[in-house]
Design a protein around this ligand. Structure first.
Ligand code: GLC
Ligand code: CA
Length: 550
């Protein structure tokens, strides 16, 4: 098997919404095992599984209460071992999701801290308030409200950058770092060959000061000892096994830091997720607003990351979707008239870039945003908090709902649409209906239909995944943006040795005459979402890949 991560594609599974085998309405590990052949058919090399560890599930598993055990709702340790073995038989490797910035307040460490045990209190950030009733700093939680929670019996606050049940770990304490290393080694011994580190650039806190101009993130993002801590984790754990692939989720990061996190010889991680390109429909950092996406900014950001990371010999993870993002076909494409065309167009852009592509469950069949019409249908803590916050700010309930509908993370969390059976084949629903509602478009959009249709979005993704393996220029080539100021076209050139590739797409639903078409002499079209075609006259959401080898 070719384990070169630059030629690989990662398939992300959110187990809770993937496949339920016991009818309780919650996806499980056995469900993942039952779909391995499907993932193999797509051509993925790695399967990233979001957290399935013991957890009260306040943040769907990103609130871990025990890193060494499997949440009973998802299955057993034996199931996980079977999954690793069965994936390996099919030449696929597992990538586990390690949440080390914080633990659930139900975790033993936090429980001991709360009982007054000084050793464990130092695993967290307990601080005195500035004065009575005033938290130590004015930092805001990413899920809304203060980032500090008061504990009466200590007359102190603890830090939680996320939910109040997710207490931040104190990485400056060596004992914490040793515990984390133990966890990583435990899963390495089980045969896990990849790790995704959750919001890992937030683990090194700087000084605890009020942020006069923001929400506090400048004091803990890419903090003072972050590179030191990542190197240490690398050297003491996964760095000893060259087969292991690592990706860090980087919140509000900078290119400069990412060149270091994911440099080919810096000894930290293999690659990074950054999110600046997915904030083009925000207002600055404010997500809970309705603004149309800024296409020019989208291109500028993607190309800036592409070229800077290349210049510094560092590696990106490239993606549109994950369990925290709305569905891309609804977001930047057209889920109605040009559903299939726009889904394929968006896939083309991502999969031909320099970086390792990530496909999020359902993306490969063009799944769309939810069609929820009532707040009671939403499940995500972030959405529910902000629904209230928006109304506190004076918005009407219906305006607040509209914003939640567009931006909610639940858009990416509705059950995987397998077929036309009840609940889209996600669950029998015998014991319980799905934990979150199925999108009513499942009769049209589902995996079974697409597996029987060679023109489907699924097979288009499959071709893209194959192309990366076949053509070195996709995996290793340089990137040159083309006609970056054009208001409709997203295009770039890749070059590697004697190979050249031109990727071009019309990002909108109107016919478009592209004036600055590059010279295509000697090129042949190797993939596209329309028959024939030339780049001068682009059809709605048309995308094409042209290739030349001398
Ligand atoms: C990451 C996860 C997200 C989670 C957060 C806190 O951003 O992807 O789902 O809520 O970290 O762990
Ligand atoms: Ca289940």
């Amino acid at each position: 098997m070719n384990r070169d991560f630059r030629k690989s594609t990662v398939y992300q599974i959110y187990p809770k919404s993937f496949c339920d085998t016991n009818g309780d309405g919650i996806g499980d590990i056995k469900g993942v095992i039952s779909k391995l052949d499907y993932i193999k058919e797509l051509g993925a090399d790695y399967i990233w599984l979001t957290p399935f560890f013991v957890s009260p599930q306040n943040d769907n598993g990103y609130d871990v209460a025990d890193y060494y055990s499997v949440e009973p709702k998802y299955g057993t340790m034996e199931d996980v071992e079977t999954l690793i073995a069965e994936a390996s038989k099919r030449e696929m490797k597992l990538m586990f999701d390690m949440v080390f910035n914080h633990v659930s307040t139900k975790h033993e460490w936090f429980q001991k801290a709360m009982s007054g045990d000084a050793y464990y209190k130092d695993f967290f950030f307990f601080r005195k308030g500035k004065e009575e009733g005033v938290p130590p700093t004015n930092w805001e939680s990413k899920f809304g409200g203060s980032a500090w929670e008061y504990v009466e019996k200590f007359d102190e606050y603890y830090l939680h950058l996320f939910d109040v049940t997710q207490a931040d770990l104190n990485w400056d304490n060596e004992n914490v770092r040793k515990e984390i290393q133990k966890v990583v080694k435990f899963w390495m011994e089980k045969g896990v060959k990849g790790f995704r580190f959750d919001v890992v650039n937030l683990i090194s806190k700087g000084s605890f000061e009020d942020d006069e101009t923001g929400d506090g993130r400048k004091y803990y993002t890419d903090g003072p000892k972050i590179h030191q801590y990542l190197k240490e984790l690398h050297d003491t754990t996964f760095g000893t096994d060259a087969e292991i692939v690592t990706v860090g989720e980087m919140s509000s990061t900078s290119i400069e830091n990412c060149c270091q996190y994911a440099g080919s010889s810096t000894g930290e991680l293999n690659m990074v997720f950054s999110f600046h390109h997915l904030k083009v429909d925000f207002m600055g950092n404010e997500k809970w607003v309705l603004v149309p996406f800024d296409f020019k900014k989208l291109k500028e950001i993607i190309f800036e990351w592409q070229t800077e990371m290349e210049k510094h010999d560092a590696w990106n993870a490239v993606f549109w979707c994950n369990h925290d993002q709305p569905r891309v076909v609804s977001r930047f494409g057209n889920e109605k008239e040009y559903w299939k065309e726009s889904a394929k167009m968006l896939a083309t852009i991502i999969h031909c870039l320099r970086g390792t592509p990530y496909v999020y469950q359902g993306e490969e069949i063009g799944m769309t945003n939810t069609d929820f019409t009532d707040i009671s249908q939403f499940r995500d803590v972030e959405s529910l908090n902000h629904y209230e916050i928006l109304q506190d700010k004076g918005l009407s309930a219906s305006d607040a709902l509209r914003i939640v509908q567009i931006h909610s993370r639940d858009n990416g969390r509705t059950p995987m649409q397998w077929n036309t059976e009840d609940y889209a084949g996600f669950t029998s629903g015998e014991k319980h209906a799905p934990w979150i509602g199925v999108n009513s478009n499942y009769k049209k959009i589902n995996a079974e239909e697409q597996l029987g249709n060679s023109d489907s979005v699924f097979y288009y993704y499959k071709k893209l995944i194959e192309l990366r393996k076949k053509l070195d220029v996709i995996a290793y080539g340089s990137v040159e943006p083309l006609d970056i100021s054009d208001p409709s076209v997203f295009a770039y050139r890749r070059k590697y040795k004697n190979e050249e590739l031109i990727v071009a797409a019309n990002f909108y639903g109107k016919n478009y005459e592209w004036k600055n078409v590059p010279n295509l002499s000697g090129f042949e079209k190797i993939l596209g979402n329309y028959e024939g075609g030339e780049l001068r006259k682009l059809q709605p959401y048309e995308a094409a890949v042209w290739y030349k080898c001398q």
